[in-house]
Design a binder for this molecule. Sequence first.
Ligand code: S3P
Length: 436
Amino acid sequence: MSNQPFQKRAVQPAKSLRGEISVPGDKSISHRSIMLGSLAEGKTTVSGFLMGEDNLSTWKAFAAMGVEISQTGSDALEISGVGIDGLAEPGDVLDCGNSGTTMRLMTGLLSGQNFFSVLTGDQYLRKRPMKRVVAPLTSMGARISGRDGGEKAPLAIQGGGLKPIDYASPVSSAQVKSAILLAGLSVDGVTTVTEPHLSRDHSERMLASFGADVRPFDGGVSIVGRPRLVGQDVIVPGDISSAAFFLVAGLVTPGAELLIRNVGVNPTRSGVIDILKAMGGLIELQNVREQSGEPVADILVRHSQLRGIDIHGDMVPRAIDEFPVISVAAALAEGETVIRDAAELRVKETDRIDAMVSELSKLGAQVDGRPDGMIINGIEKLEGGQVTSHGDHRIAMSMAVAALSARAEVTIEDTGCTETSFPGFWDLIEKIKIEP
Ligand code: S3P
């Protein structure tokens, strides 16, 4: 957790927003760069790495298993890979902090390792569901126990001796898919995962670039076990989930114009751009290019009159982390926005449906929760007031975006959590503000 986990911040409305910015590296890709860099043979360099608390949890876990990882610049690392059989049994419990990605991906990876390990996390992570990875990994032969019948961390894993699986995941989750693919690395044979809608595919892309035989097909992906992974130079793009706060801020703040440079626009992640454009948002992708197997672009956003839309189906996993800030856009759009098929939001860092309904309502928004989403009727302006993050980084930053165009100051409680994914967020908000 951050040094000042409960820090309260007051955000004043801005007259407008203007500037050229970049956001820190992609959290998902940063996690995977450490994991695959550690399992590869030889040296991996990473640039654009996100030095957020979640990624530091992954870094510390691999350091505890004997991997040498050194910082070579403000956002650069060098990893001396140990090969897929080279990790050492950790001497202590591995603490994943607030990071669901660390815990779920590591549960898969450690299931394939011939040693004993225990994973724990902070008070929020210890409440989140783990059976979604524990159940398929158990069918592969892993021996995993945890609280609540293996549903909750701490999880104790006796790894090794796995067999391949063909698993039809009931949820569209990159964490579930990646956990099984990482377990599949240790197995002789082909491991397959299918999912209802395609979730983010960073694991597949990076595994392939490190030399694994990964075979995506319509509805799923297979991996051939026991590959030789070879160290790579990984360039991590800016995180679209972090850029999303500035996309919405730019759209809803009168007169705003922002250019966000170097953002990852992988189609399995760029649902937020499609959703905001469908709402009438003026968003332009410039200089689209490819870096380390991932599409990247600069994004120009201008103040726009937004209108409500229906969001459901395969659009949901493509924007799964952006719904808190999308609900801010909807609260200020003309007409009704309906979000469906998004029950997964209830098991994120906090219940993001309940959290956004309660916090946006405090600022006068018209938002109703549904079991699998929200119905939001837009209004012209939000009021000032006092809100809380519920300890969830994306709720804290969404409320900061809401504050920028509110009628009066918004005080946000419990803002230290933004360090998990976006160090420097609050300074960046101040940097782009044109004061009234
Ligand atoms: C992530 C997958 C998503 C996302 C999370 C990061 C990943 O979780 O919400 O922030 O890096 O694989 P789910 O797999 O639970 O949808």
